[in-house]
Design a binder for this molecule. Sequence first.
Ligand SMILES: Nc1ncnc2c1ncn2[C@@H]1O[C@H](COP(=O)(O)OP(=O)(O)OP(=O)(O)O)[C@@H](O)[C@H]1O
Ligand SMILES: [Mg+2]
Length: 240
Amino acid sequence: MTTPLLSLTDIHYTYAGTTMPALTGANLELFPTSRLGVLGHNGSGKTTLFLAAMGILTPSKGTITYANSQLKVEKDFILLRSEIGYLFQRSDDQLFSPTVIDDVAFGPLNLGKTPEQALRIAAEKLSLVGLKGFENRITHKLSGGEKKMVALASVLAMQPKALLLDEPTNDLDPDTRERLIHILKNLDIALCIISHDWDFLDRTCTSFLSVENGETKATEFIPHTHIHTHQGGNVTHKHE
Ligand SMILES: Nc1ncnc2c1ncn2[C@@H]1O[C@H](COP(=O)(O)OP(=O)(O)OP(=O)(O)O)[C@@H](O)[C@H]1O
Ligand SMILES: [Mg+2]
C-alpha cells in the first residue's frame, strides 16, 4: 500500500467565541490516486476539515502529515499549499485580483513562472473551464457560476498534485456541471470533494467519507441506489 500524500489524524477544533467543537477527532487520508467524496449535513464540519488540511486554521489537537512530514506551524504548510489546489466554498474568499487573467496567472507567477508562461497557462486553463474571452473581465462583477469556474481555473493553473474542492457544483448550470465532471475525470491527480450533490460525487469519486458532528467515518455510499431528484427535475425516485 502506498503512503498517503496527505493525512489528518484525530483533529479537534473549536472556533473562537463558540463552545461547541466543530471537529472532534476527525480523520482524512488522501492517497495519490484517491478520489474521495466527503458527505455530511450543513454545519457538520466539512469545510473546517479542509481549512485544517490547508493550515488556514490550527487544530487544538491532532496531526497533519503531508509528503511524509508533519506540519505544525504556518511555514510548514508552504509546500502543501503550492502542491494542493484548494477551491473555497465561497469563490469571493478565493478571488482577489481586479481582472480574471490576473487571478488565474497569480498562482503560476508565484511558483516562479515567467509572465509569458503564466499568461499562457492562465489562458489555457480559462479555455479549459469554458471561459475563453473572459481574460479582461472584472472578477468581482462575474456571476456566481463564472466566479466558481475562474476559481477552478486558478487552482488548475498551479498544476497541483491534489485538489480539495468544497462544493464545486454550487452555482453551476447543468452544462457547466457536466464540463466540471469531464475536467475532473480527465485529471490524473488526487481528488477530495465535499458536495451535497450525490450524483456528482457518484460520477467523480470512488470512496466516501461522511462527517457527522465533527467526526468522520468511511461510508458505504451506494451508487445508483440512493433516492434523489435530478437537477432540473422534481420527481424523487430510485435507480435500480
Ligand atoms: N468562523 C466561524 N466562527 C464560528 N463558528 C463557525 C465558523 N465557521 C464555522 N463555524 C461553525 O462550525 C461548524 C462547522 O462548520 P463548517 O463550515 O465546517 O460546516 P460544513 O459541514 O462545511 O457545512 P455546510 O455544508 O453548510 O457548508 C458549524 O456549526 C458552524 O456554524
Ligand atoms: Mg462547508
